[in-house]
Design a protein around this ligand. Structure first.
Ligand code: PHE
Length: 454
């Protein structure tokens, strides 16, 4: 398996070569993006003619941004991170226990508080603006996130809650929750996954003992460089990044064992500077585990903690769980099969468990080719969403296997190979064909493609 790379939400200016394929994939569909970064209003898969939609018991006016699908709404209540003994819950418990032990106050109490039940419906302000994500940043595209309308969306990262929690007076916290992104379809991508974010803020006096005579903030903002923000001193950034990196290295050792190989890679996030990614070696490949950095002072100050400097990180729980337990396919986390869930029925979250495949059912492969609309705003993620909505968890992978432009008609043809496999039973050819035809029908109706007979 060589495509165990999840698409990063925030693209770095400089990429390691392994991510190039993903990045170009992402940009290959970006021709429908306006220069201001907003996607042209494409008809969303499943966009219903109804003006209001109900999600988690709340009503939202739909508009040209609405693109949330039934399949997603149906899965929102599952909250895998809160299900006792679910592998995602066990990884969450491991992380929380690490933070509880590592950071204790004067009286031996944990310093970090944990928020794992915040509503995944957030405003675009929370998800982007409050985190200084530029107005034309690619992550705002309609093709990448689930929008309820132009104001509300399903959070694309748990970082969306960071400034609200700081505003409420917290200095040390973990946010754990389900996050939502429209994406490719294969064994490591699922439109819902889980993240854990952390924030740790410290004051001058907490960071530097009086007698050291070192300062957190410059008297007057200095120049912003590659190494630090204008407001921070070199000393403060040095000590904070040391704390951050050792904390995360130790977390990686706690999760993957003391011998885990790791390396730090420079990164870019709109809400931290400097920023890094921690990669770990897994089965001979470097795998991006988390993003982190020194929090942008403007965010911290706006949230009312301008006298503090902080670090933050965000990490994907499925990624960790797949490696820790040897789980080969991300869809398995959604299985309700007892034979799967029982393997994780352990009292101590640190118990070593290796997943044993219950059985592997055969695949069924079908291709679909179509002309994409000549003047439209076709995005591959719109198509992937239709495939997922119609096929649910019987879809294992969708890949673009052929693409060409008709020289005379000037039309573009895409051919996608859809791999069907159920995790819990053998699929019949008839049911696969029915789903496959329905995918073609919906793609025609919603995306305006014309299916080619092959
Ligand atoms: N939110 C980022 C992501 O999802 C991760 C991150 C969180 C990076 C906090 C830095 C600080 O990719």
């Amino acid at each position: 398996m060589n495509n165990i790379i999840l698409r990063p939400l925030f693209l770095r200016p400089v990429k390691s070569s392994k991510n190039v394929a993903l990045k170009s994939f992402k940009y290959s569909t970006s021709s429908y993006v306006n220069s201001d970064g907003a996607s042209t209003p494409a008809l969303a898969p499943n966009s219903s003619p109804l003006a209001t939609l109900t999600v988690s018991g709340k009503q939202f006016e739909s508009d040209s941004y609405t693109n949330i699908s039934e399949g997603i709404i149906k899965r929102m209540p599952r909250k895998l991170h809160q299900q006792k003994n679910h592998p995602i819950n066990l990884i969450k418990e491991r992380i929380v226990s690490y933070f509880y032990k590592k950071f204790v106050g004067r009286t031996g109490n944990p310093v970090f508080s944990v928020y794992d039940n915040l509503d995944p419906i957030v405003t675009t302000h929370q998800n982007f603006d409050a985190l200084l994500v530029p107005r034309n940043h690619v992550s705002r595209q309609k093709s990448d996130s689930y929008y309820l309308n132009s104001k509300y969306m399903l959070r694309a990262h748990t970082t969306a809650h960071q400034s609200d929690l700081i505003s409420s007076g917290l200095d040390n916290f973990l946010i754990i929750g389900d996050v939502y992104r429209r994406d490719t379809v294969d064994s490591t991508h699922y439109p819902i996954f889980h993240q854990c974010d952390a924030v740790r803020l410290q004051t001058q006096h907490e960071l530097f003992p009086e007698e050291w005579d070192l300062k957190v903030f410059e008297k007057r903002p200095d120049k912003r460089t590659d190494d630090k923000q204008a407001e921070h001193t070199v000393d403060a950034v040095r000590i904070l990044s040391y704390q951050l990196k050792t904390t995360l290295q130790d977390l990686a050792k706690t999760l993957f064992g003391p011998d885990v190989e790791y390396r730090w890679v420079e990164a870019y996030f709109p809400f931290t500077h400097p920023s890094w990614e921690l990669e770990i070696k897994h089965k001979g490949e470097w795998l991006e585990l988390l993003g982190c950095g020194i929090m942008e002072h403007a965010i911290v100050a706006k949230a009312g903690a301008g006298d503090r400097i902080g670090w933050a990180f965000g990490l994907g729980l499925e990624r960790v769980a797949m490696r820790v337990y040897d789980i080969p396919d991300i869809r398995l986390f959604w299985s309700t099969d007892r034979a799967f869930l029982q393997q994780f029925a352990v009292d101590d979250p640190f118990t070593a468990v290796k997943y044993k495949p219950v059985s592997v059912y055969p695949i069924c492969v079908n291709d679909i080719s179509f002309w994409i609309p000549p003047h439209g705003d076709f995005s591959q993620n719109d198509f992937f969403d239709i495939v997922r909505t119609v096929g649910g968890d019987m879809i294992e992978e969708v890949s673009l296997v052929d693409q060409f432009v008709h020289p005379k008609k000037r039309l573009t043809s895409h051919c996608y190979r859809i791999t069907y496999r159920h995790m819990e039973r053998t699929l019949t050819k008839t049911e696969v064909n029915a789903v496959h035809n329905e995918i073609g029908r919906r793609a025609t109706e919603v995306l305006g493609v014309s299916v080619r007979m092959t």
